[in-house]
Structure formats: C-alpha cells, structure tokens
Design a protein around this ligand. Structure first.
Ligand code: NAD
Length: 256
C-alpha cells in the first residue's frame, strides 16, 4: 500500500518508533530512522522487510540538527511523505522539585521537535498533494497524572498542535493525526516500573501489576504492533477524512 513512499520516524531506534517504522516498512514504505543508541540493529530489522532504510542521528532537542535530518531525508528519497513524530522522554517529580533543565528538554523533544519537522515537511507534502503526519502523543495528551507536569504539558501541546495542522491542511491530501497510547512495555516504561519496585521494595512483577492497575482498566499493555497497525490505518486511503483526531489505544485509561 505504501510502496514508493518515504516515512521518517523520529525516535525509532527503540520501542514504539521502531514498531511503527517496521509496520510502515511492511507496507512497502522506505524508512528514515532516527534516535540514540545502536542504529545497526534497527536498520537491519527494517531492511529485512525488503525496503530501503537510512539513519540520521539528529538530536530532537536541536533545531539545526533537525533541519539537517530533513535535508538528508530529501536528498536520499526526494521528500518525506509520512512523518511520524515519536521521539519522547519522561521525567517524574513534583513541580516544585522539577529540574528546569528537564522541563526544557521534555518540551523541546516531545513538542517543539514536531513543530520543526512538520514545518519542514509540509511544503513538499502540499506540492505532492499527499502526506501523512502522525504524532505519537499519549493518554497524557488528554488527561493528567501527578508528578508529570512537563510530560503532560508536552503531550497536551502536541494534541493541540495536531488539530491546528490538520485544519491548515484540511483542503489538501495531507492529514495530521495523533495516537494516544496508554502503557506500552518499552524501555521508557520499564524504567518507571524498575524505579517503583526499588522505591517500594517490591518485586518488579508486582510493580508492573500496580502500574497497570492504577490507570489501565484492561490490565494489559498496549503493544507496539497494535500502534503500528493504527499508524498504517492513518496512512491508508480509508483514513483520508480522519483529520485532527487524538485516537486513544489505552485499554480504557481515558474512558474513566
Ligand atoms: P523509548 O525510550 O523506547 O524510545 C524513545 C526513542 O526516542 C528512542 O529511539 C530514543 O533514542 C529516542 N530519543 C530520545 N531522546 C531523543 C532525542 N533528543 N533525539 C532523538 N531521539 C531521541 O520510548 P517509547 O516508550 O517507545 O516512547 C516513544 C513515544 O511514545 C514517546 O513520545 C512517548 O512519550 C510515547 N508514549 C509512550 C508510552 C509508553 O507507555 N511507552 C505511552 C504513551 C506515549
């Protein structure tokens, strides 16, 4: 379905980003990966699906590096047809103890980076009269939790940004939508489970059950494959009129 298209997925060396990159590659899209850590493993996982894959290590908190990544993608593939803004970080503390530097980093990576990638991708999408922007927000884009002020602000921000861009592109073949996952068992969440187990002196399995029990009524993690399938749906012709949504895949978290 996506043969001949190019998808750039930020923060795709791990977790949800890598899952979405693989789901798009399974549909035939060429992929530009981004993120920290080992890139060779993720590159071979995507290449094994029979598409072309490139990697750019831009730091999403650095606008000049983001510009360089977008130029790199255009030089390799002509343009970015599908932009997935997924890179994200978390930090947990009461607002009065929240390090200002962590606040700035979370807003820069989780929110401002999507502004930069989007403003740079939209002109070519408009020209082609086709494009898909998929923003990985969170259940925390719709409701809050204590001790996550920066993350919740960034995710509410990206849901609002999604709606604005969807309106600006409404009369074109470019759509912009957000995905709002609940708990997904990735390194980002594993750290919160491990921290909780250490803090409360309980086994990791108990910390995991408590984490799910607090927020996610299904008591099951959302999987990266399920999120990848939702991203593929947003890229399909069936979703041509899906514009500006913030679509939960959260086991009932935000229905409460
Ligand atoms: P993860 O830690 O597994 O992956 C994060 C990715 O972002 C990695 O590839 C990492 O290298 C990259 N990254 C981090 N900082 C970066 C930077 N400055 N520049 C470029 N890349 C950077 O996390 P994940 O759970 O897969 O999270 C992916 C997205 O999904 C995030 O936006 C997160 O907020 C969101 N999310 C996750 C969950 C969950 O339960 N895991 C739930 C809702 C939303």
């Amino acid at each position: 379905m996506l043969k001949g298209k190019t998808a750039l997925v930020t923060g795709s060396t791990s977790g949800i980003g890598l899952g979405i990159a693989k789901a798009l590659a399974q549909q035939g899209a060429n992929i530009v990966l981004n993120g920290f850590g080992d890139a060779e493993g993720p590159k071979s996982e995507v290449a094994a699906l029979g598409v072309q894959v490139e990697y750019h290590g831009a730091d999403m908190s650095k606008p000049a590096q983001i510009e360089d990544m977008m130029k790199f993608a255009a030089s390799k593939f002509g343009r970015v047809d599908i932009l997935v803004n997924n890179a994200g970080i978390q930090y947990v503390a009461n607002v009065e103890d929240f390090p200002a530097e962590r606040w700035d980093a979370i807003i820069a990576i989780n929110l401002t980076s999507a502004f930069h990638t989007t403003r740079l991708a939209v002109p070519a999408m408009r020209q082609a009269n086709w494009g898909r922007i998929v923003n990985v927000a969170s259940a925390h884009g719709l409701v809050a939790s204590a001790q996550k002020s920066a993350y919740v602000a960034s995710k509410h921000g990206i849901v609002g940004f999604t709606k604005s861009v969807a309106l600006e592109t409404a009369r074109t073949g470019v759509t912009c939508n957000a995905i709002c996952p609940g708990w997904v068992l990735t390194p980002l969440v594993q750290k919160q489970i491990d921290d909780r187990a250490a803090r409360e002196g309980i086994p990791v399995s108990q910390a995991q059950n408590e984490l799910l029990g607090e927020k996610q009524p299904s008591l099951q993690f959302t999987t990266v494959d399920q999120l990848g399938a939702l991203a593929v749906f947003f890229c399909s012709p069936t979703a041509d009129q899906v514009r500006g949504v913030a679509w939960q895949m959260d086991g009932g978290w935000t229905a409460q």
